[in-house]
Write a protein that binds this ligand. Structure first.
Ligand SMILES: [Zn+2]
Length: 290
């Protein structure tokens, strides 16, 4: 008797699914603009009914809260990376989507910023009822070259770029057209130099830290700290309240060399600061100090 592959989820396999839901997998390093891309896609949907799976590496599902559409069916996968942990959560999320497949046309799957696209792809490919349509990788036009040369994350970013099937530069409005053309050339050379079958180790281990409290920040104090953060910090994002404007919550987005603090709708009840930091090693103290 020939060996047969064993389905990952025998429960789901008992009844063969009658749907074949296309999936677009969206990957890209921390801060590459995946959530923004998804929001644009949902806005210009022209009637397509989407399910959105959002994988936040941190424990708090900030990205899921940033998905603006109320019409899309959104499922959050937080506190881990879909390429190397969270197998049970992916199973639950895909089953949840499968349960309402008759009301859906398409799935957008946002991988965590640290995920390796090929590994996430395997997760999707193994699920009955879902069909991987395309894998899109985003790269921040302002930062990608320095990231590839980074001592800690360089190898990992290089891998994400080389594995990408379809690569789009984000934040191209912040660089001029010549630079974008130069980036495209650079990327083509990078991919060509990688050879056909590169051997890769799993991506480095990343750490996350939550900052949750109720004390509103003094804007100037917060901004001063954001100018000179711990060098181990790779990403900081979430919602904060400012003493100067308690009626609104503010969205804080921080990457090395880029940050923004913008009003993000009326204050919520209760008004709680919820921030997630992603770091390259565990930190002794808090990423922000009071
Ligand atoms: Zn991973």
């Amino acid at each position: 008797m020939k060996a047969r592959s064993i389905p990952l989820n025998p429960m789901l396999m008992k009844q063969a699914p009658v749907f074949d839901l296309p999936v677009t997998l969206i990957s890209g390093y921390l801060g590459s603009g995946k959530t923004r891309y998804i929001n644009r896609q949902l806005l210009n949907n022209s009637g397509t009914r989407y399910a959105v799976l959002v994988n936040d590496f941190g424990e708090l599902n900030i990205d899921a809260q940033l998905i603006e559409s109320t019409s899309a069916h959104s499922v959050s996968l937080s506190n881990g990376c879909v390429c190397c942990s969270l197998a049970a959560d992916i199973a639950a999320a895909l089953e949840e989507v499968a349960a309402c497949a008759h009301r859906l046309d398409w799935v957008l799957f946002e991988a965590s910023g640290v995920a390796d696209p090929q590994r996430v792809k395997q997760q999707v490919l193994n699920w009955p009822g879902f069909q991987l349509h395309n894998t899109l990788t985003l790269a921040d036009a302002c930062r990608i070259q320095s990231l590839v040369n980074d001592k800690f994350v360089g190898q990992h970013i290089r891998k994400q770029l080389i594995e990408a099937e379809q690569l789009t530069f984000s934040k191209t409005d912040l660089v001029d057209a010549d630079e974008v053309a130069a980036l495209q050339l650079w990327l083509a050379q990078l991919r060509a130099s990688a050879g056909q079958t590169p051997h890769w180790d799993p991506h480095p281990r990343y750490y996350s830290q939550n900052l949750v409290d109720k004390q509103p920040w003094q804007r100037s104090d917060l901004e001063r700290q954001l100018q000179s953060m711990d060098p181990a910090l790779l990403r900081l994002k979430g919602f904060v309240y400012l003493q100067e404007d308690l009626d609104h919550q503010y969205l804080l987005q921080w990457l090395p060399g880029q940050w923004s603090l913008e009003s993000f709708g009326p204050a919520r009840e209760p008004a709680v600061n919820t921030l997630v930091a992603i770091t390259q090693h565990p930190l002794c103290g808090d990423i922000l100090s009071r």
